[in-house]
Structure formats: C-alpha cells, structure tokens
Design a protein around this ligand. Structure first.
Ligand SMILES: C[S@@+](CC[C@H](N)C(=O)[O-])C[C@H]1O[C@@H](n2cnc3c(N)ncnc32)[C@H](O)[C@@H]1O
Length: 351
C-alpha cells in the first residue's frame, strides 16, 4: 500500500532535547574572522558527527510554539547573567540540557538539566521561567554530575505546576511524565494506530495481545474495539503509567504486565489469558528476540500486526515467521518528515 504521508511536515515533534555547550559550531566565515568577541556559547542541536559542537538554534521547525520562545529566552537569560554553558569535552559547566514537551492539547513540560548544584543560580533561572515565560504547565530540574547526560536513572525534582502534562491519542487521554515514552509525532501516531485498526479488522469479540506496549498506547487505543487486551512491557514505570491511563479513561478490559516479553509470554501466560485472536507487536529497533519469534510460531495467533521502526529487523523477523505466516499487507507511515526514518505496519495471516 502507498506510504501514509504526513500532512504536517513541520512542527510535528511533541518532544525535543536541546543541549547547552560552550563550543558553538562556527560557520566558515566565523572561523576565518578576526573578531575576538564571537559568542561561543550555544543552545541547540549537536552538529552531526561532532559530539562537542552544538549548532545554536534560533528557530526550530520541528516543534510548535512556545518551544522556540522558551529556548531563546532561557539562552538569553543565561547569557545575560553569566551562567556557564557545559563543556562537553572536559565535563564542567552549569547549564547542561533542556527537554521541552508540547502536547497536542497545548500543555507544556520543561526539564532543565544542570551540571552542578549551584542552588542560587538554579532557583533564579527557574523562578524567571515561571514568572516571565509563556505558561509552563510542568517544570522539572535535575542536577547531573555524571559524565553522560542520560537522566532516566536520576531522581528529578518537580519545581512548578502539575507533575504530568496531558496528551490525547484517539479518544484516550494520556498522562505524560518527564520520563514517559510517548510517540513523538502525535498526529501520525493516530494514523499509525488507525492503520493497525484497519489491518486488524476487529469484530469486537477478540482477545488481543499487545507486545512491547510502552505505556499501553496501542492497547488502550484499541480497547473499546475488542473483548480484552493484554499488554507486555519491560519498563515497570511505563506499566504503572499504562494502568493509570487505563483507570483514568475508564478502560476495564486492558491488563498490563511488566517484564521481558521473552520471559512473560509463555504457554502458562497463554493458558491464563486465552490464545490471542490477534497479536500486535511493536518491538524496539533491534526487533524481536529469536525466542519470541519461535514462541509466536507455537502460539499460532490467526493474525499478527507487526509495527516496526526498523524495516531491516522487521524483514528478518518476517522471514523467521514465514514457516507459518504469510504477509497480506504492508504500509509505511511517515512519522518523521525530513528524515529517512519510517514506521512500517505489516499484517500477517496464519497459513
Ligand atoms: C517502539 S516502542 C513501542 C511502544 C508502544 N507500542 C507505543 O506505541 O507507544 C518499544 C517498547 O518496547 C519496550 N521493550 C524493549 N525491549 C523489550 C523487551 N525485551 N521486553 C519488553 N519490552 C521491551 C521498550 O521499553 C519500549 O517501550
């Protein structure tokens, strides 16, 4: 089937992470210029291939406002008040990174990552952000003194507003925390999940499994169309979010399990929940573990809908499933305009 195009090729990302650096990527003219007063600090994106050089972003076409306003005002404040920008090569500096989430319901979350605990400067900046920037519904910060800027293993401090922001997929409202995984292109995620619904042709009486469910996005999206749905996901916090989202949306026919799919999906599990009429799988880029594909052959669900962000591993898994399954349909969805990345949905039927 033809690729599902993105109607909105700009401002489609609901989440972006900007990096502070004291080594701005300079243009050729700047490199050769004699000007000694060139601004070296930057807040933006990594120059591809150069881990310590950051392109200072004035206007980003990837995320809706107030993302640009917030980023530019924070940079302006930090420059005006002598906040030091992080040195990515030598590891030091106060201002490290900034994550901005803008939901399709217009709610905004910001997380600022600091490189050291300079309490006064941290408080001054956060108070400025609350008082002088467009409304931030949820503001977090974290002090990260590790060599890498991964913050998912750190405790975040909630500074202002709500602990979550809200977003919506189909009729389901999701609570999004600073560490929650959520499809980054909300509009196209609706089209992706509608493609899953279209391929599955639910009749209303099916038992469905949703493997690699994240915070239950697909499971909750389809729950009203099926008899029951069971989701499996290895991140415990995502499963807690899935249960909260199910309760908040009065969905009572969805159950979630935390753990590695290869350990949870066993013959006992299938006995307890019933053999699935339709199995949905949406694994990470590495695809499914061979033990999982082997078990899917034994489980023999009449239909499998395979959602993938990496067609190469998807093709490998389809080959492994080919002794018992044939491919009926395949459709790519353009989730990430201006990049080569796509999501691909394949419908498999038991031979
Ligand atoms: C591509 S995401 C899909 C998320 C979800 N279907 C959605 O649309 O939001 C893949 C998910 O698989 C989870 N995951 C990765 N390896 C796993 C494993 N071995 N067992 C269970 N879940 C796993 C990741 O944490 C992530 O949430």
């Amino acid at each position: 089937m033809p690729i599902f195009p993105a109607e909105t090729p700009f401002f489609y990302r609901n989440k972006l992470e900007f990096t502070f650096s004291n080594k701005r990527w300079l243009t050729q003219d700047e490199v050769t210029s004699e000007d000694q007063d060139i601004q070296r600090n930057a807040l933006g994106f990594h120059k591809p291939g150069l881990f310590d050089k950051i392109i200072d972003i004035e206007f980003c076409h990837l995320q809706a406002e107030p993302s640009n306003i917030i980023r530019n005002k924070v940079r302006e404040y930090c420059l005006a008040n002598d906040y030091d920008f992080y040195d990515l090569r030598n590891h030091g500096g106060l201002m490290r990174s900034m994550m901005v989430k803008v939901s399709s319901l217009g709610e905004v979350m910001v997380l600022i990552q600091f490189g050291r605990n300079d309490e006064q400067k941290i408080l001054d900046l956060l108070n400025f952000m609350v008082a002088d920037l467009p409304k931030i519904n949820s503001l977090y910060y974290v002090v990260n003194t590790k060599a890498n800027d991964y913050f998912y293993d750190l405790e975040l401090t909630h500074f202002h507003g709500e602990p979550h922001i809200m977003d919506k997929l189909g009729e389901v409202v999701f609570k999004i925390g600073p560490k929650s995984f959520f499809q980054t292109n909300t509009k196209q995620a609706n089209n992706l999940f509608d493609t899953v619904v279209d391929f599955a042709e639910f009749q209303g009486n099916e038992i469905v499994y949703d493997l690699y469910t994240g915070l239950g996005s697909i499971a909750l999206y389809i729950a009203s169309k099926v008899k029951s749905v069971v989701g499996i996901e290895e991140i415990e916090a995502a499963i807690q979010d899935a249960n909260i989202n199910a309760a908040n949306n009065n969905i009572t026919n969805a159950e979630f399990y935390a753990g590695d799919v290869k350990n949870i999906l066993t013959p006992e599990f299938a006995l307890k929940h019933g053999r699935p009429d339709i199995l949905i799988t949406d694994p990470p880029r590495a695809g499914m573990h061979e033990q999982v594909t082997q078990y899917l052959l034994d489980l023999a669900a009449p239909k499998i809908v395979y959602v993938s962000c990496n067609p190469a591993t998807q093709a490998r898994d389809l080959q492994l499933l080919s002794p018992k399954y044939r491919v009926l349909k395949s459709r790519a969805v353009d989730m990430f305009p201006h990049t080569h990345h796509i999501e691909n949905v394949v419908l498999l039927a038991l031979k």
